[in-house]
Ligand binder design. Structure first.
Ligand SMILES: Cc1cc2nc3c(=O)[nH]c(=O)nc-3n(C[C@H](O)[C@H](O)[C@H](O)COP(=O)(O)OP(=O)(O)OC[C@H]3O[C@@H](n4cnc5c(N)ncnc54)[C@H](O)[C@@H]3O)c2cc1C
Length: 407
């Protein structure tokens, strides 16, 4: 069995390390941060969106693009950058927006989500980990009849693939989630997905890391940044840290999220991964909080009751990489959340103010596979809006691939 380094301990890296260790490999899980789940996985919307999977580049977003480019949609912000990779990413994004591309991307994401769902069921049965996982169900709230009617086509296609989704009136949605009575946003109708779940992604990372270090041949290296790779001929020989120390390995899995771009000089195939920054606000959960997960389609906000916490997450800012937390954008999120659920977000105790970079490809499909530039390196990144949902399925795909290549 091989010695494999996994670079990055977010949901993707930890899931990869878990399945690699179960396959019998000697795994070293490495992260620049002090603890697992510190990147984009730290404060996300917690949704395990088995039946959503919609690629970001879509005909609807394309129609809306002029308003976004002019800064007229508070949910989005584009910072134009004099960077060839930025323009290339934009062009590829536009090429993925036509309906046929959108649907083929969405379908591929849904297949991967199905694999994740199966893997998560096995993981829960095997490990008994508890990270506030819950079969919460989800309601997508549509603000007007036009957008609600337009949702029917995707719902029918997903129903045909076996995903359970229903179109509900506001009254029907309110029967399922009585807390909608106090919802201040427009609701013309809702798409109900009873099978969607949620869980705390950061808790998952911490607990699964602890579990694999205890029960499998997994070593942990936290607070160590990988700067590159050493090779023998065209093959990986070692992972090189920023202090020039090396770790000899047979293979490496790169699960570095949006920061993967820092390794692009040696792995040019990761260039299409760009950061799309989002924000979240977590407050204590009260009795008036919705139990079901909600997505406000107009405001692009996701709400989740995670254990004893309640979270709103949203915004999609195409920024300069590493731009960092912007208090004005956080306030935009907070006031949008408070606008629809004032009793939860006005004057509440704040448990966490957070922002993170989604590692986004132009197609929304992750890059999972061997590097074409360095034998022995495998890439597992670019999961964009849905990394938590796709984590275990992506890890399974990659581990199976490594098995066929190292046989
Ligand atoms: C606001 C928001 C809401 C979201 N909501 C959802 C949701 O509800 N459902 C869903 O499925 N997805 C959601 N996502 C997306 C999801 O969070 C991401 O796709 C996912 O967290 C990406 O995981 P990752 O492991 O690839 O990256 P990360 O979690 O960012 O992990 C990468 C890790 O690699 C480490 N690293 C990077 N470079 C190096 C290096 N050179 N050396 C060592 N370590 C390195 C970093 O320190 C980091 O810990 C959301 C994202 C955001 C921002």
């Amino acid at each position: 069995m091989a010695r494999i380094a996994v670079i990055g301990a977010g949901v993707i890296g930890v899931s990869s390390a878990y399945l690699l260790a179960k396959a019998g490999h000697d795994v070293t899980l490495i992260d620049a941060a002090a603890e697992p789940g510190s990147g984009a996985s730290a404060g996300n919307a917690a949704q395990l969106s088995w039946a959503y999977g919609d690629a970001m580049a879509s005909p609807g977003l394309l129609r809306h693009l002029p308003a976004i480019a002019l800064g007229r949609d508070p949910a989005f912000r584009i910072r134009w950058q004099l960077d060839p990779d930025f323009f290339l990413w934009g062009l590829r994004f536009l090429a993925n927006a036509p309906f046929s591309r959108w649907w083929s991307n969405t379908r591929a994401i849904l297949e991967l989500a199905g694999e994740s769902r199966r893997e998560l069921a096995s993981l829960l049965a095997e490990t008994g980990l508890s990270f506030d996982y819950r079969l919460a169900g989800k309601l997508h709230l549509y603000p007007d009849q036009h957008s609600f009617a337009a949702a029917q086509s995707a719902v029918s296609r997903k129903n045909a693939l076996g995903f359970e989704q229903q179109m509900l009136s506001r009254a029907e949605a309110q029967e399922i989630e009585p807390a909608l009575a106090g919802y201040q946003g427009e609701i013309a109708g809702a798409v109900y997905t009873p099978g969607d779940a949620l869980g705390d992604a950061a808790g998952f990372c911490r607990q699964l890391t602890h579990h694999i270090a205890q029960h499998h041949r997994v070593s942990l290296l936290f607070g160590r940044k990988v700067a590159g790779f050493s090779r023998e001929a065209d093959r990986l020989a070692a992972v090189r840290f920023d202090d020039r120390e090396e770790l000899a390995v047979d293979a490496a899995v790169v699960a570095a999220g949006a920061q993967v771009r820092l390794l692009a000089a040696e792995l040019p195939e990761v260039r299409p991964v760009r950061p799309v920054r989002g924000y979240s606000l977590t407050v204590p959960r009260t009795a008036a909080a919705p139990a079901i997960s909600l997505t406000d389609v107009k405001r692009k906000l996701a709400f989740a009751s995670i254990g004893d916490r309640f979270r709103v997450a949203g915004l999609a800012d195409i920024e300069r990489p590493g731009a960092g937390f912007d208090p004005a954008r956080f306030e935009a999120l907070r006031s949008a959340g408070a606008g629809v659920l004032p009793h939860l977000f006005d004057n509440s105790v704040v448990l966490m103010r957070w922002s993170g970079e989604r590692p986004m490809t132009p197609s929304s499909r992750p890059i999972i596979g061997p590097s074409e530039h360095l034998k022995g390196v495998y890439i597992n990144t670019g999961h964009g809006m849905l990394g938590w949902t796709l984590a275990l399925g992506s890890a399974r795909k990659m581990v199976d691939l490594i098995a066929t290549q190292t046989r």
